[in-house]
Design a protein around this ligand. Sequence first.
Ligand SMILES: Cc1ncc(COP(=O)(O)O)c(C=O)c1O
Length: 473
Amino acid sequence: LVNTKSLDIEGFEFYLDKAMKIITNYLKNISIEPVVPKIDFYQLTDLLDCDIPMESTDMDKLFDEIEGNVVANCTKIGHPRFLAWLLTSPSPAGILGEFLNVGLSQVPASFKSAPSETILEDTVIKWFAEIFGYESGYGGSLTSGGTMANMTCLAAAREKHFPGAMKKGIHGVQKPPVLYVSDQGHGCIERAASMLGFGSEAVKRVPTDSSFRIRIDSLVQQIYKDRDEGLAPFCVVAQVGSSNTGSIDPLVELANICKENGLWLHADAAYGGAAILTDEGREMLKGIQYADSIATDPHKWFFTPVEAGCCLVKNRRYLFDTFKTKDANLEDETATDYLNYGVQFTRASRAFKIWFAFRVYGLNTIAQVVKQNILLAREFAERLEKDGKWEVVAPVELSAVCFRYKDNQKKNLDSSVQDKIVKFVEESGEAFLTLAVLKGQTIIRACFTNHRTSSKDIDIIIDLLSKAIPKNI
Ligand SMILES: Cc1ncc(COP(=O)(O)O)c(C=O)c1O
């Protein structure tokens, strides 16, 4: 007889409670801790690195280590003055949903492997389809984030325009495929193109206008030129909230161009998708329903904890034909076996936390927070302009504010000035903003995608910024 040992642990419930308390304390203190921990890489490695644990470690000791070294050295993404990159503050309901989800550890690859969570994913996909105006025949799946959602959508575009690419690859393609995105597009588009066998150089960057929107005349010229030169244009990627400035490409015009030229229109709404929940945003995103595919990120402006991206394809068939397993047949499908709709076989349920948080808050509440972020961004930009020391360098379309320190005496400030300002703010522990490069110019960027930020935080940041201006420039 085999002498068996399971991995069940004594005191599981006690430690589950303890884990909950750690999370509760972390969230309670989220507004008062330094936003970015003041510790360097070497110090933290000394604290956390340890030998491979061949023997058991005492749980209480481990929990002390977690509280003292891990939790204490987290970047407080949910801090009201964390306005860096495009990382958004996860909602407490989303955290609760994820907590439950991990406990259940379902694998929605097939209906059998996760019956209830398959239906939750169907439901969440249906909600997003409805939000963006897809009516029927659509398909989609939840992914790790925007990079994978964009890639999954572009894989479907590949199947439509180069049928059989899923089986044969694109070696047999006579003309080299090309796709278009503005010079403001996210780098994940090149990554997707290289993973899908097109190569990153197949992505043609199209110039933008003074509002950072794709220039339609340049796009059309480039398409004609590429065709004349024997290339095969097949797709345009529209920015629906570009990462730096939040610019939105003219979607209706792009849809018309794609229709006239037989191209797939993909909308990268990883950041800006949530704006559609607001009245103003709905107007700004007009035409998104014409896109053949849409990528959006629940883990950005829908405040879901990482990781959660969403890929939607207007015609389910192209997604299915891209990822179907050998014997799968769309006509025979009753339940959605999600392994046929994306890259992964074993996959986490990302639907649970979205489904849970949307139901806890209701989308009207999430819309209100998105709207308040948009208004706060405008307020911040106005305050900067009024202050006189700052120049807002891009229109505030959604909730990103791009600005730089200007010195009226000295026209050509080098980028190190903006860098010093950002460092000062970070080292104060009171806020966190980041640098970005916009058309070759180094700027400071504050992105309001945080449900805890208020006008009081703007006061603090404006004050900090003015203290941060280096004395001797
Ligand atoms: C417009 C846009 N697209 C795609 C991505 C990539 O998304 P993720 O980081 O979730 O993979 C980002 C990330 O910031 C983004 O802003």
